[in-house]
Design a protein around this ligand. Structure first.
Ligand SMILES: Nc1ncnc2c1ncn2[C@@H]1O[C@H](COP(=O)(O)OP(=O)(O)OP(=O)(O)O)[C@@H](O)[C@H]1O
Ligand SMILES: [Mg+2]
Length: 370
C-alpha cells in the first residue's frame, strides 16, 4: 500500500514530528491561551492541531471547519454539526437534542455504519443573533469535558455579509470563555491579518500567533526515506532534494510527489533521476482537468503573466526583464494580471514573492512549453 498520505489530515505514524511546534501548541492549549495558527496551504496546520490534541488526553477536540461558508446560517450549522459530531463520539446526548429543539432536529442513522446524525430543518434560517447562543452551547459542552475549540479556515468568516457583526459576537463570548482554548487556523495570510492585526477588528491582538511553515528538509527527508525503504525502495538524499525543490517544500505536495514516485516504482528498485519526469507525468495526468479549468478562466495577458512567473520566478514581476519576457507592454497590466491570479487562487504573495499555490501546475506550464 502506498505509504504517502496527502490531501487529508495526518497523525500518529503518518505525522512527521514537529517537536517545537507541538510543544508550544500543547502548552498554549493547556493554559487556555487562544492561538492564531497561520501558514500557507497544505503546510500541516490542521494535522498539527489533531496531533497536539491527541497528545492531551484531558481534552477533546471541537473541530469547526468553516471553509467556503457563505452565510451566517452556514456558519451556525457548521458549529452545530461540529458539536453533534463531537458528542456522537461520546454517545449522542438527550440534552443536546433538547437544546436544539427549536431548530426542529431529526435523528437519522447512517445505513452503512449505523451511527446517528442530526439534521436540522433547512427552512429555519439562522441569523447573526444566534451565534451567541451557540457560543453558550460550547461553554456548556466544555463543562462536561474540557474542549479545545478549533475554527479552521477562519479567514472565510470574512465571506459573510455580516462579518463585522459575526466577529463582534464571537469575540464578546470568546473573551469570557477564559477556560476554553480557542485555536483559529487559517491560510490566507492577509485575511487573517485583517482579523487579528487590524485595530478596528474585534479580534485585534486577541491570540498568540504560531506560524506553521515548511518542515525541515533533513527531518522530513529522513521520514520520507524511511517510508520508501519500508517498501524496499531506495532513494538518495540529493534526489529527494530535487523533489523538494519542485514541490516548493510544501509538505502536502512533497508527499503527493513521493506518492507518485512510489506508484511508478516496485520493490527492490533503486530510484534514480528518471523518476522525476515519470512521477511528474503521473501527477499531471491526475490533475489535468484542474489545470485546464484554471486556464479557461484566464485572458491572454493573464496567461502570459502566469507563464512568466513559471519561467522566470515571482521575485520581481514588475522588472523590465520580466515585462519584456512576457511580451506585456505595461507594468500596470502585469500588476492587474497578478491581482487577478491571486483572486483566482492560482498564485499567492508571500514575503514579496509571487508563488504558485500548486507547484505542479507551474511545472506543467513549463513542461507543456506554454
Ligand atoms: N507533520 C507532517 N508530517 C507529514 N506530512 C505532513 C505533515 N503536515 C502536513 N503534511 C502533509 O500535508 C498534507 C496537508 O496537511 P494539512 O491538511 O494538515 O495541512 P493544512 O495546512 O491544514 O492544509 P489546508 O491549507 O489545505 O487546510 C497532509 O496530507 C500531508 O501530506
Ligand atoms: Mg487545514
Amino acid at each position: 500500500m502506498n505509504p504517502f498520505k496527502y490531501g487529508r489530515v495526518v497523525f500518529d505514524e503518518d505525522f512527521c514530528p514537529r517537536p517545537e511546534l507541538e510543544k508550544n501548541l500543547k502548552n498554549y492549549i493547556s493554559s487556555a491561551q487562544n492561538v492564531l495558527l497561520e501558514g500557507e496551504r497544505r503546510t500541516g496546520k490542521t494535522s498539527l492541531v489533531y496531533q497536539a490534541v491527541r497528545g492531551l488526553p484531558k481534552f477533546r477536540l471541537l473541530y469547526i471547519d468553516i471553509l467556503e461558508i457563505k452565510t451566517v446560517d452556514d456558519f451556525c450549522r457548521r458549529i452545530i454539526n461540529a458539536v453533534v459530531s463531537m458528542e456522537r463520539k461520546s454517545g449522542m446526548t438527550e440534552k443536546l437534542f433538547k437544546s436544539l429543539a427549536h431548530l426542529k432536529p431529526s435523528l437519522t442513522f447512517d445505513p452503512l455504519t449505523g451511527s446517528p446524525s442530526l439534521s436540522l430543518d433547512a427552512s429555519v434560517k439562522l441569523k447573526p443573533g444566534y451565534i451567541e447562543g451557540l457560543m453558550d452551547l460550547i461553554e456548556e459542552e466544555n463543562k462536561k469535558k474540557k474542549s479545545v475549540v478549533v475554527f479552521d479556515e477562519f479567514q472565510d468568516i470574512l465571506n459573510l455579509k455580516e462579518a463585522v457583526a459575526a466577529l463582534a459576537q464571537l469575540r464578546s463570548k470568546v473573551q469570557f470563555h477564559t477556560e476554553i482554548p480557542y485555536v483559529f487556523a487559517g491560510s490566507v495570510r492577509n485575511k487573517m491579518d485583517e482579523i487579528f492585526n487590524h485595530p478596528d477588528s474585534a479580534f485585534f491582538k486577541s491570540a498568540v500567533t504560531l506560524n506553521v511553515g515548511e518542515l525541515e528538509r533533513d527531518i522530513f527527508g529522513d521520514f520520507l526515506r524511511k517510508k520508501f525503504s519500508k517498501g524496499k525502495r531506495r532513494i538518495s538524499k540529493p534526489l529527494l532534494d530535487k523533489m523538494f525543490d519542485i514541490a516548493q517544500d510544501v509538505p502536502g505536495d512533497v508527499q503527493q510527489f513521493c506518492g507518485a514516485a512510489w506508484d511508478a516504482t516496485s520493490e527492490g528498485d533503486n530510484i534514480d533521476e528518471d523518476i522525476i519526469p515519470t512521477a511528474l507525468e503521473l501527477v499531471f495526468s491526475r490533475e489535468l482537468k484542474g489545470y485546464e479549468t484554471s486556464l479557461s478562466h484566464l485572458t491572454g495577458q493573464q496567461l502570459r503573466c502566469l507563464v512568466g512567473l513559471a519561467r522566470m520566478g515571482g521575485k520581481s514581476p514588475l522588472s523590465s526583464e520580466f515585462i519584456n519576457g512576457t511580451g506585456i507592454s505595461q507594468p500596470a497590466s502585469v500588476k492587474k494580471a497578478l491581482n487577478r491570479l491571486i483572486k483566482l487562487k492560482t498564485i499567492y504573495r508571500y514575503k514579496k514573492e509571487y508563488k504558485f499555490i500548486n507547484p505542479f501546475f507551474k511545472s506543467w506550464l513549463i513542461y507543456k512549453n506554454f
